[in-house]
Design a protein around this ligand. Structure first.
Ligand SMILES: N[C@@H](CCC(=O)N[C@@H](CS)C(=O)NCC(=O)O)C(=O)O
Length: 204
């Protein structure tokens, strides 16, 4: 399986998931504006040009983070990266994957992390952060993970919360989230994934 990534982008969650489940994958770094190492344009894999994206030896090509993360979770041993299918917790995990994707990643962080944004778009996005961080903070207060045990939703949330300082979102105002992020960063799979991608980000 090939996993396409940009260092410290949301695709970090896929690296965490692969490490957590002790699966094998080839990670292919996507360099904006450049073809892939095999000469294809990245849009041949991911039509929007977004990471994460993946490709299996049997020909499955998949993009969109929640779908890629759920696929990886289903390759892992049951309970390692996701609650069992058809359980209530499984749907709660899907709820959080969608929340992180739409309410945090795209609504709050995307406009704050592109040079193409306007001041108005940035103000609007920052204004959205408080309600979403309040909700997360209340949910994670006294709870280790978004759902029961560690899941790909935690990996995705951690990857997005990593951007707070760069994006100018004041996570310090939510001590529960600061503590949760610190604890997640100390998790071996997360520490390993971040240590792998940090020099790649610095060199990019
Ligand atoms: N809807 C996509 C969005 C993924 C996305 O925004 N990825 C960012 C990195 S975190 C990206 O590849 N951006 C490149 C670009 O905007 O051209 C998903 O959920 O996977």
């Amino acid at each position: 399986m090939k996993l396409y990534f940009v260092p410290f982008a949301c695709s970090l969650a896929t690296r965490i998931a692969i490490a957590e489940a002790e699966l094998d994958a080839d990670f292919i770094q996507v360099r904006p504006g450049e073809p892939l190492p095999d000469g294809r344009p990245f849009t041949a894999i991911s039509p929007m040009g977004y990471v994460p994206a993946m490709e299996t030896a049997s020909g499955l090509v998949l993009s969109e983070g929640p779908a890629v993360l759920t696929y990886i979770a289903d390759l892992a041993a049951e309970g390692v990266l996701a609650p069992a299918p058809y359980t209530e917790e499984r749907y709660q995990m899907m709820r959080w994957l969608n929340f992180v994707s739409t309410e945090l990643h795209k609504a709050v962080f995307a406009p704050l992390m592109t040079s193409k944004s306007t001041d108005g778009a940035r103000d609007w996005a920052k204004g959205l952060a408080a309600k979403r961080f309040d909700l997360l903070s209340a949910h994670l207060d006294g709870q280790e993970y978004l759902v029961g045990s560690f899941s790909v939703a935690d990996a995705y949330l951690l990857s997005v919360l990593n951007w707070c300082e760069f994006a100018g979102v004041a996570i310090v105002d939510w001590p529960v989230l600061v503590a949760w992020r610190a604890k997640m960063r100390a998790r071996p799979s997360v520490a390993e994934a971040m240590a792998t991608e940090m020099p790649l980000r610095q060199a990019a």
